[in-house]
Design a binder for this molecule. Structure first.
Ligand code: B3K
Ligand code: ZN
Length: 878
């Protein structure tokens, strides 16, 4: 096996100071001439030079202009007789590659007749031989040559220094990047593209050119991305004093992309999904995602590019920090406290429905992993979202200003270097020497080294005579693969005590460091309700035996909006778990109690709460979140119970949904701001519930209204919500609506993705989804090689539709194993993501458990698996 360990890190034996790349771009055979200046790293042991290279055809190697002997050993070019001493020498390598055949979408590939690159983490070695590791930083000069008619636009990192025509209808462009960078940040684009352009003057007076490149028909969908980019630039200067350091900043969109976007220096390459938006084609969620992804990639320019990772185990150094920054950016743009809270709740929901399961499953790993087989498998919710929570806790412990000071020191120390998570934490602590973080730094850093979600068990004791309330907090963390024993974490716990009348009796922050600690609150006149972990101050599971009355009090009165929402979630989860365990009762016979119904109605009817917040409270916890609370999981039962709860809320609150619908149905001229998108979210939810309620009664009024709204809507959010209401309620109008939707949007790939995803993710009724998914795969618009389309059908079913996927006949698992293998031959990164759909198989009820294990074993038995998929399935079976 080829497992890589963090502990084995060694500095490179050579440095590459500069590299000049010349490309003769041709889809069938691209020629790459690579001329490097290298020197030995005299601090490292003398060693041969081993350059990484993959799927390359080597034509020539010259050292200082002379031919030389070399060896090719498993994806490395090995040179032994290199000049001695520390002087610089020239190395010239000529290779060819085949971009049109590159279905992995790593390295140089073709999409819609244009060339794109993706180099992170290890794609540059698919372009030329190189020391393809992030701690080798070089100056790049890039010469691009291509047919002028087919590829009028030629882009690479940095500044355009020369361009012109060549013989035979070809032309060239020369780019120089003023910053040294690791190879993973290299990019080139060549194609028939057009750009939205914007010139801006930054605070310091410098002019910059911003460009968003897309295909010709898409220019009218780039305004939001450009606005988001300008907002990002302004925000990073205002909040952290970090300016744009380039004359030109480019974003290019491609419809074939393995993930969301990539922060290549000065030339960000994006999945079209995170660039293109118009009110007719994109939903509010799309608009919000674009804002945050554009921000995220832009913020990488400092946190990732100016200071990068020493090795890939340090990935969270840039990813956790940059997610934290994009979350803060979106919150700051949202403005009001209530809108910030909505964003926080959404972020926590992602963490708890995706990262907590990861941290409890076979792929659990620390925020800074200790080993990997394939690094692409570690671009995870743990490295990203939990990593962001770790950074957030640091900010909590040193304060907002202290954190900004820490970041400043981090750049003073490390600008232009490749560093570690330890370096980052040290800088934040050193800039705040009197802080709790500085005092507890070693213990705090266990967040980087220990995997698993800690549990904080809280219990309270009120003493009426002494007028005291004692709160005990005890922490623990279950073993994870390779880590049997966990040491206590540093856990900031936001706290408040809420009086019986709703008054706030106490509030503050307690930093839990021991296994168990007890706090005493004095002068408490009556038994309070504790509001614990306010704002979700740490990524932990909080256990407290709240009574319904206490939760209802928090839902009504807590001054902390996060815990107010959380109280509603707890009420719902407790009920769902009760029904699920009550196996004797059929789902259709379960009854939600009046206190719960009344609490939900009170929120829905509340005169001052934001629509967006109401929508979050009224959304029942996800099936995967409920599953995590159980030791043995029957996805069918969970689905049936949750659907039954949803139907009952729909029916019994029908008049309230109607009122909410009427009150918010007109959201004015379309703007994707938090207030009006909140109104649309609640309207959509109301409509969906009213259609669901109508299903039981057979009433056609609301489905009819939904169909009308679907036809007349002036924006994609309202239109899609209406369509979804028809589809998820199983209305007869769903089929004609789907057909009409397809006819309108048949030329809009991103909208078709929604159309596919809605059907593959629809609530299962008698096993109808799998046959529908198979049909969708035969649709002329389906193409498994396009990652967005594959995700919209296959992932929407296997990873986002537990009720449809976990079929008693195991046909879902068979489908899964076939698709994993089919995709692995095309694109291992996408296949490995799909492979993770069965991560939690060990918790499944029999016979699902055995069937799932068999399906995984079938995949694992294949001798020709990629490292990507092999790592996921081997871990799952371990
Ligand atoms: N840094 C890239 C992710 C690259 C993933 C490689 N498998 C996007 C981002 O996090 O901004
Ligand atoms: Zn990132």
């Amino acid at each position: 096996n080829n497992v890589i360990y963090r502990a084995d890190y060694q500095a490179p034996g050579y440095w590459i100071d500069s590299v000049e790349l010349s490309f003769d771009l041709d889809p069938a055979k691209t020629r790459v001439l690579n001329r490097m200046k290298l020197r030995r790293n005299l601090d490292a042991a003398p060693q041969p030079l081993r350059l990484d290279g993959e799927e390359l055809n080597l034509a020539r190697v010259l050292v200082n202009g002379q031919g030389t002997s070399f060896k090719l050993e498993d994806n490395q070019l090995v040179l032994e007789n290199l000049p001695e001493g520390g002087d610089s020498f020239d190395l010239e390598i000529l290779t060819t590659c085949q971009p049109a055949k590159n279905t992995k979408l790593m390295g140089l590939y073709v999409s819609n007749d244009s060339f794109f690159t993706q180099c992170e983490a290890e794609g540059f070695r698919r372009i030329t031989y190189f020391l393809d590791r992030p701690d080798v930083m070089a100056s790049f000069t890039v010469l691009l040559r291509a047919d002028k008619a087919k590829y009028p636009v030629l882009l690479s990192n940095g500044n355009l220094v020369d361009q012109g025509d060549l013989a035979d209808g070809r032309h060239f462009a020369k780019w120089v990047d003023p910053f040294r960078k690791p190879s993973y940040l290299f990019a080139l684009v060549a194609g028939n593209l057009v750009a939205r352009e914007q010139r801006i003057r930054a605070r310091g007076g410098k002019e910059h050119l911003l460009q968003v490149f897309v295909r010709a028909g898409d220019l009218d969908k780039t305004e939001h991305a450009m606005n988001s980019l300008m907002a990002s630039i302004a925000w990073d200067e205002a909040r952290f004093g970090l300016p744009l350091d380039l004359e030109r900043f480019m974003i290019v969109a491609t419809s074939d992309f393995n993930m969301g976007a990539m922060e290549n220096k000065g030339l960000n390459i994006f999945n079209t999904k995170y660039v293109l938006a118009s009110q007719a084609t994109a939903t509010d969620t799309d608009f919000a995602n674009i804002e945050s992804v554009v921000g995220h990639e832009y913020f990488h320019n400092w946190t990732g590019n100016r200071v990068t990772c020493r090795d890939w185990f340090q990935l969270s150094l840039k990813e956790g920090l940059t997610v934290f920054r994009d979350q803060e950016f979106s919150q700051d743009l949202a403005g009001e406290a209530s809108a910030r809270a909505v964003k926080r709740i959404e972020d926590v929901r992602v963490l708890r429905t995706a990262q907590f399961p990861e941290d409890a499953g076979p792929m659990a790993h620390p925020v800074r992993p200790d080993q990997y087989l394939e690094i692409n498998n570690f671009y995870t919710v743990t490295v990203y979202e939990k990593g962001a929570e770790v950074v957030r806790m640091m900010q909590t412990l040193v304060g907002r200003e202290g954190f900004a000071r820490g970041l400043k020191l981090y750049f003073e120390r490390h600008d232009g270097h490749a560093v570690t998570c330890d370096d980052f934490a040290q800088a934040i602590a050193d800039a705040n020497p009197d802080s709790t973080l500085a005092r507890l730094l070693d213990q705090f850093k266990r967040w980087y080294s220990q995997a698993g979600t800690p549990r904080v068990r809280a219990s309270g004791l009120y003493d009426a005579d002494a007028r005291t309330y004692r709160l005990t907090l005890a922490q623990s963390c279950a073993p994870t693969p390779g880590q049997d024993v966990k040491e206590p974490f540093v856990i900031p716990v936001g706290l408040g005590l809420v009086g019986a009348d709703g008054a706030e009796l106490a509030s503050g922050m307690h930093v839990l460091t021991q296994e168990s600690e007890t706090l005493t609150f004095e002068n408490i006149g009556s038994e309070p309700v504790p509001s614990i972990l306010r704002g979700f101050s740490a990524p932990v599971i909080l256990e407290f035996d709240y009574s319904d009355a206490q939760l209802i009090a928090l839902l009504a009165h807590d001054t902390d909006p996060f815990n107010r929402w959380e109280a509603g979630q707890r009420l719902a989860v407790n009920r769902a778990l009760g029904f699920i365990r009550d196996a004797g009762v059929a789902a259709r016979d379960i009854r939600l109690d009046p206190p719960f119904m009344n609490a939900m109605r009170a929120v829905l009817r509340h005169p001052t709460l934001d629509a967006a917040f109401k929508e979050l409270v009224l959304t029942l916890p996800a099936e995967t979140y409920i599953a995590e609370q159980l030791d043995v999981v029957d996805p069918q039962r969970i689905h049936a119970v949750r659907e039954a709860m949803r139907e009952q809320l729909a029916r019994e609150l029908a008049p309230d949904w109607e009122q909410a619908f009427e009150q918010h149905r007109e959201s004015g001229a379309y703007r994707p701001d938090p207030v009006s998108s909140g109104r649309r979210a609640l309207t959509g939810m109301a409509l969906s519930n009213l259609c669901l309620a109508a299903r039981a009664s057979g009433d056609q009024v609301w489905p009819g209204k939904a169909y009308q709204r679907f036809k007349d809507a002036g924006n994609m959010t309202d239109r899609f919500n209406a369509l979804a209401a028809l589809v998820t309620s199983g209305s007869e109008l769903a089929a004609p609506a789907l057909q009409r939707f397809h006819a309108i949007f048949k030329d809009e790939a991103l909208v078709l993705d929604k159309w596919f995803a809605l059907q593959a993710g629809a609530p299962d009724r008698g096993g109808n989804v799998l046959p529908a998914v198979k049909q969708l795969m035969n649709h002329p618009d389906f193409n498994i090689r396009n990652p967005n389309r594959a995700r919209s059908v296959i992932f929407s079913y296997c990873s986002a539709n537990p009720g449809g996927f976990h079929r008693p006949d195991a046909a879902g698992y068979v489908f899964w194993s076939e698709r994993v293998l089919e995709l692995d031959a095309i694109n291992p990164q996408v296949a490995a993501r799909l492979a993770r759909a069965l991560d939690r198989w060990k918790k499944l009820v029999e016979p699902l458990r055995s069937a799932a294990r068999e399906a995984i074993a079938r995949v694992a038995a294949r001798p020709d698996l990629s490292n990507d998929v092999r790592e996921v399935v081997t871990r799952a079976l371990a």
